[in-house]
Design a protein around this ligand. Structure first.
Ligand SMILES: NC(=O)c1ccc[n+]([C@@H]2O[C@H](COP(=O)([O-])OP(=O)(O)OC[C@H]3O[C@@H](n4cnc5c(N)ncnc54)[C@H](OP(=O)(O)O)[C@@H]3O)[C@@H](O)[C@H]2O)c1
Length: 405
């Protein structure tokens, strides 16, 4: 890692919910352009916002993924003298540029290659793109560490665990809390006719569309369950999910001596992002504070796996290993998009994911599990192969079910 006092920061997915929160935090802590300089900004297709960010923060390079928007982007950047580039390989090149701190916040499998590239830079990797970790497993963490970097979890649950994990050898259980999403308490029957609009209304968090739907199905908690197993090197049998609708306790670690340590905070992603930004110290900023007296009551319950089978499927995917978490992730991504496009119903997301997991033919892996001990590109390449095969398979399942997907 760079030892100079000015830190170079790259934000992959700067136009998304996490990217915007990161830049807002840099503004609010009053350090943007002083202790920090922006090395790279990467956006998908929101050219107006990406151009606005580029003109404001003047990064060394700004990259737009969507080539169809390139003329519009160039026009917005004008003769400002900023270095800009476009396309998927430019995104990966920019992600692999030397930096001190990189926020990996591109959503879904689209983030896999750039996150993998960032993992090879030796930077601190603030990891929001959980899908990359789900698909690459421990190999992603090992790649970061082999290059002298460090993975810091951005997900509020994993960030909470990271903050209270003071004796990893004596952990009896990790407890991931879950808000339960907008459909908490509903039965399977009640979920038959829920709409996209209802699923997009998360009670506590404001997030991108994909993760919001994942929160409604509990697939997000399933991805987080797999993420926790890889991040903290824990078997699934030692990870529990606890529904806690107020989203005040972000997760807990239960130790063998009977103590449980929890991290609490307002449901605002700037809190875990600020922890990652300041690590190993904390940042002093005007963070939203908790008023527990006003909250009054915190409640907890076990998740309903009948109404929300995605959590069970994630557990099964982790147990199966050998690429099955990638199958779970890929099938889920395709189904979430189909639900957002109103091609399948809410409950069909889990049904198609389960079918894909049952039918997936994964080539056997000769010498090692894909989720361990590999710092070259083999793991990432294999994950992308499985991903495209599963996208094809789910397309076939849709066609057999006579959908127009
Ligand atoms: N939001 C949260 O509170 C939260 C909490 C924990 C973890 N996470 C994780 O953080 C990641 C981002 O979530 P989000 O809610 O911020 O998502 P989001 O609001 O949908 O933003 C996604 C970002 O990825 C960019 N992007 C999409 N496709 C791309 C591509 N092919 N190449 C390059 N960039 C691309 C988008 O660009 P455009 O918008 O310009 O198209 C946007 O900047 C996800 O993995 C999510 O699970 C999010």
């Amino acid at each position: 890692m760079n030892s100079v006092s000015t830190r170079r920061i790259s934000i992959l997915g700067s136009t998304g919910s996490i990217g915007v929160s990161t830049l807002r935090l840099l503004d609010e802590t009053g350090v943007a352009g002083k202790d920090y300089v922006i090395e790279t900004l990467v956006g998908g297709r929101n050219v107006a916002l990406l151009a606005e960010q580029a003109l404001k923060y003047r990064p060394a390079i700004t990259v737009l993924a969507d080539e169809t928007q390139w003329p519009a982007f160039r026009a917005l950047i004008g003769d400002s003298g900023l270095e800009i580039a476009c396309g998927a390989s430019a995104v990966c090149e920019a992600a692999g540029r030397k930096a001190d701190w990189i926020m990996a916040a591109i959503v879904g499998i689209a983030g896999l290659k750039p996150t993998w590239a960032a993992a090879g830079t030796g930077a601190i990797l603030a990891l929001a793109n959980k899908e990359a970790l789900v698909c690459c497993g421990r190999a992603l963490i090992e790649r970061v560490e082999a290059h002298g970097g460090k993975v810091l979890p951005v997900d509020s649950e994993h960030n909470a665990i990271f903050q209270v994990l003071d004796d990893p050898g004596r952990v009896s259980k990790l407890v991931l809390t879950a808000s339960g999403g907008p459909f908490l308490g509903r039965s399977r029957e009640d979920l038959k006719a829920v709409t996209v609009e209802q699923a997009l209304k998360h009670p506590n968090w404001s997030m991108g569309a994909k993760i919001t739907i994942d929160s409604a199905t509990l697939a997000n908690k399933g991805l987080e369950f797999i993420e926790a197993a890889y991040l903290f090197d824990m078997p699934g049998s030692q990870i529990d999910v606890l529904v806690h609708p107020q989203s005040v306790i972000h997760s807990m670690v239960e130790y063998k001596d009977g103590s449980s340590l929890a991290q609490l905070g307002s449901p605002d992603m700037r809190v875990p992002i600020s922890y990652c930004l300041g690590w190993p110290k904390r940042i002093d900023w005007q963070a939203p504070k908790l008023d527990l007296a006003a909250r009054g009551v915190l409640t907890f319950s076990a998740p309903d796996l009948t109404a929300f089978p995605m959590l069970r499927l994630a557990r099964e995917a982790l147990e199966a290993g050998e690429g099955m978490p990638t199958v779970f992730n890929a099938a889920n991504e395709v189904c979430v998009q189909a639900f957002l496009d109103r091609k399948i119903a809410f409950l069909q997301i889990a049904e198609f994911v389960e079918s894909a997991m049952m039918r997936a033919q994964l080539p056997s892996i000769p010498s090692k599990d894909h989720a361990s001990r590999d710092t070259n590109d083999e793991t990432m390449t294999r994950a992308l192969e499985i991903d495209s095969e599963i996208r094809r398979l789910v397309g076939e399942l849709f066609a057999n079910a006579r959908l127009s997907a």
